[in-house]
Ligand binder design. Structure first.
Ligand SMILES: Nc1nc2c(c(=O)[nH]1)N[C@H]1C(S)=C(S)[C@@H](COP(=O)(O)O)O[C@H]1N2
Ligand SMILES: [Mo]
Length: 417
């Protein structure tokens, strides 16, 4: 094993991120004590294994890795959320089965042969597309995040809520989204002069509808048909959804049914009574579209129990609705000092970026935090800065720095630092 320089680079034991370029920092392996002659054959090597299957499922030993805090409002079938279990995941892509869900009136059972996407309003030629017709257009695919504007809203509570990372922050996920650029479809319909917005409607009972500026639509919006290489899952909008890279999840209308081209926003219920941010004077800021720069340490996080004092990997995700993550810093002394984390190889625009730091935990109390900066220069704010000037109870678009406390017995909890 290579000799590692484990001189701290920031307070309370943060080590150089370059340690990840070298092997064996955590030293978790057990020494092989088996006698010469090798390892025993395990029971599962002594009989043929299980057959193939139509659909892959995770190992039964990983059954605890599932969507979290799945809840519907009383008296409804599917008005609520399920959350991505961030603390059990690594890498940047969220498995489709664990992608969070947010439905305002459950998942419609759509027959793809009967479903149509209609483009109308201020266009020369109103058009109607079947799924089959849409799927023949050139598909553009990108790996990008989707985040609900209500994500992390629990962090406005006066006292830190003791819940897992996924329960607190799991309304975010990243997928490879594949679909037809909406600009291609609108060009075909012929947008009339003076048009400035579109109104997107969903085919669910809630009739989710949102106004989106035409500039964004023509820039990079897609009608997504594919998620991680397969057709969308019903809960994520099958057979088609609007996907707006980096913009709040709510505007990414699922089960997309109509696009109306307009010269002004529609001021729908979903963008006035909800998803707008109230300031302390009681004035709502309309349309907070791009999601702010943000990062979360997922491991260790609330509910973890540390092992013995020694070297640990601190890992998490960072993202920004404005572009790429340029930098993530990690602190182990409650923000007193910071050191750059290593970023995984794939640093994509408007995507989750995995970061890792090496930390020598000395076995004493510590507060670990992460702070992201994007390539537009936006720096993730403190919790205090996010809450300043906000109305009481305004919880949308929370992107404050998350702190986890590690106690002297190694228990990890949610704290405000
Ligand atoms: N038609 C429709 N679209 C919708 C919603 C909905 O309830 N109905 N929920 C919105 C919200 S609030 C979010 S955060 C995202 C969630 O997408 P997901 O369920 O695929 O994670 O879809 C958005 N699009
Ligand atoms: Mo949302």
């Amino acid at each position: 094993m290579a000799e590692l320089d484990q001189t701290p680079v920031a307070g309370n034991g943060l080590l150089d991120r370059r340690i990840f370029l070298k092997a064996g920092v955590a030293g978790g392996a057990a020494l092989l004590t088996a006698q010469a002659g090798g390892v025993e054959r395990e029971a599962w090597m002594k009989m043929p294994g299980a057959p193939m299957s139509d659909n892959g499922v995770p190992s039964a030993h990983e059954a605890h890795v599932k969507r979290l805090a799945v809840s519907s409002q009383p008296g409804t079938t599917g008005t609520g959320v399920s959350r991505t279990p961030l603390e059990f995941l690594d890498g940047l892509i969220t498995p489709s089965r664990l992608h969070f869900e947010r439905h305002h009136s459950g998942i419609p059972d759509i027959n793809p042969d009967e479903h149509r996407l209609v483009i109308h309003g201020m266009v020369e030629r109103p058009l109607s597309f079947s799924l089959e017709a849409l799927a023949r257009y050139p598909i553009k695919s990108r790996i990008q995040f989707l985040e609900c504007s209500g994500n992390s809203g629990g962090l406005i509570a006066p006292e830190p809520i003791q819940q897992s990372c996924g329960v607190l922050h799991g309304l975010v996920a990243a997928s490879e989204w594949g679909g037809v650029p909406l600009s291609v479809l609108l060009d075909e319909a012929g947008v009339k002069p003076g048009a400035k917005w579109i109104i997107a409607d969903g085919a669910d009972a809630a009739m989710m509808s949102r106004s989106v500026p035409l500039a964004k639509v023509m820039d990079d919006a897609i009608v997504a048909l594919y998620q991680n290489g397969e057709r969308l899952r019903p809960g994520n909008g099958y057979p088609m959804r609007l996907f707006l890279p980096g913009w709040e999840g709510n505007a990414c209308v699922k089960w997309l049914r109509t696009i109306k081209v307009m010269n002004q926003p529609a001021m729908t219920k979903d963008e006035t009574s909800k998803y707008s941010d109230l300031n302390e004077e009681g004035i709502a800021r309309l349309f907070t579209f791009p999601m702010g720069v943000k990062s979360i340490i997922t491991n260790p996080s609330h509910g973890f129990t540390m092992g013995p004092a020694g070297p640990y990997q601190v890992s998490g995700i960072a993202w920004s609705g404005s572009g790429r993550i340029r930098r993530v810093e990690v602190s182990a002394d409650g923000g007193g000092s910071w050191a750059d984390a290593a970023l995984d190889e794939h640093v994509l625009s408007r995507c989750l970026t995995r970061f890792r730091s090496a930390w020598r935990w000395d076995g004493g109390p510590a507060v670990i935090m992460s702070r992201a900066t994007d390539d537009a220069g936006n720096v993730q704010p403190t919790r205090r800065a996010v809450l300043e000037g906000r109305a009481n109870g305004a919880f949308y678009h929370y992107n404050g720095i998350q702190a986890w406390a590690v106690s002297a017995v190694g228990e990890v909890t949610n704290v405000y630092a």
